[in-house]
Design a binder for this molecule. Structure first.
Ligand code: COA
Length: 354
């Protein structure tokens, strides 16, 4: 049997404030119909003034740790000396440019002493973080890992940009990984990761880094905000998520018809359907929660997992493929059989009626 990282806890968090399409249409030149038909999104959440990415990361991380403690099938629960010796946080909206946000999150969760660092791969961030943590576990460099995806894009969007404000929302999702073997339900069976830096300009915040420094004169107007070339990103998202998913299926020896569920980055319903079509999946095999949360960037995949685990869409033993695409450009996929008896706490607000 081969050593593997096994999913044994899962949790999510969204802020208290929900913004409907109609509420957005009252502020910007857009309509509920345009947003629903072009993206499938009906609601997104935004943090309050004074809140930050770490607050959501801590809330999701705490639920994931509770979930791991309650998951009876976790053989290490009785004997654990610590909840996690590794915390990896995927985010593009850290609390501060320096230091990383993960150590503060670990501290607030009572995990001081754990290795803790941030991973930046925008909407693919969670898959990169998951692959990093799983690899550290299989290499014996960590035993239990808390992997969090958290972003608050409401803090970097141009308030006047109707396209990005319609799409993006704030949130966090987290999983706990433990050391196990590949034959166990919940074991991560393989990864595919990739990038193409020639597309750096397609999804970006130009100012505030070392090239356009935050300490220099004010940046050109708009450069402090997130910018995206929607159409180009759309086609590249479909192409790269489908290619990455196919590559991983071939690598681990799963035939397309064996796949039960696809949990793709929740960017746009039309993107999800196009990727599903490329994989020969029906609409009901696609996990979709973007209607209720929008595109939550690094939180997207784990929040969709939490939602689907809670409503029973993901069943023990299901063959599940995760795939994502984002700024960088970056993409990635992971595969697992859904674990037995995973106990997941409800995410306050997320299941509320639209
Ligand atoms: N309300 C009303 N009209 C809007 C709008 C909004 N919220 N946002 C854009 N439009 C307008 C555009 O200004 C454009 O108007 P014009 O024809 O007068 O110039 C028109 O709608 C069509 O714009 P276009 O960009 O071609 O629309 P689209 O069908 O490609 O949808 C996106 C735009 C952004 C929704 C779509 O391209 C998309 O989802 N891209 C991927 C985004 C993404 O997933 N990003 C994260 C990647 S990880």
């Amino acid at each position: 049997m081969t050593r593997a990282a096994v999913v044994c806890g899962l949790g999510g968090a969204v802020p208290a404030t929900a913004i409907s399409n109609s509420a957005l249409a009252a502020q910007l030149d857009t309509t509920d119909t345009w947003i629903r038909t072009r993206t499938g999104i009906r609601r997104r959440y935004v943090i309050a003034p004074g809140e930050a990415t770490s607050d959501l990361a801590v809330a999701a991380g705490r639920r994931a740790l509770n979930s791991a403690r309650r998951t009876a099938a976790d053989p290490q629960v009785e004997h654990r000396t610590t909840d996690a010796d590794l915390v990896v946080l995927a985010t593009s909206t850290p609390d501060r440019p320096c230091p990383a946000t993960a150590p503060a999150v670990a501290h607030r969760l009572g995990l001081s002493g754990a290795a803790a660092f941030d991973v930046g791969a925008v909407c693919t961030g969670f898959l990169y973080a998951l692959a990093t943590a799983a690899s550290m576990i299989t290499a014996g460099a960590a035993h239990r890992a808390l992997v969090i995806g958290a972003d608050t894009f409401s803090t970097i969007l141009d308030p006047a940009d109707r396209t990005t404000r319609a799409i993006f929302g704030d949130g966090a999702g987290a999983v706990v990984l433990r050391a196990g073997t590949t034959d166990e339900p919940g074991a991560l069976l393989g990864f595919d990761l990739g990038s193409d830096g020639s597309g750096e300009e397609l999804i970006t915040v130009r100012a505030g880094g070392s090239r356009q420094r935050s300490t220099a004169t004010p940046p050109p107007v708009g450069d402090e905000f997130f910018a995206m070339e929607g159409r180009s990103v759309f086609t590249k998202a479909v192409l790269n998520m489908s290619t990455s998913a196919h590559t991983l299926l071939d690598r681990i020896g799963w035939a397309r018809p064996d796949l039960d569920r696809l949990v793709a980055h929740q960017a746009n319903l039309r993107i999800l359907r196009a990727v599903g079509e490329q994989l020969g999946l029906t609409d009901d095999q696609l996990v979709v929660n973007l209607d209720r949360v929008g595109n939550t960037v690094a939180a997207s995949v784990p929040l969709a997992l939490a939602d689907a685990a809670l409503d029973g869409t993901l069943r023990p033993g299901d063959r599940v493929l995760l795939t994502g695409f984002g700024g960088g450009l970056t993409w990635g996929s992971a595969a697992l059989r859904w674990p037995d008896a995973l106990q997941v706490e409800a995410v306050p607000g997320m299941a509320d009626a639209l």
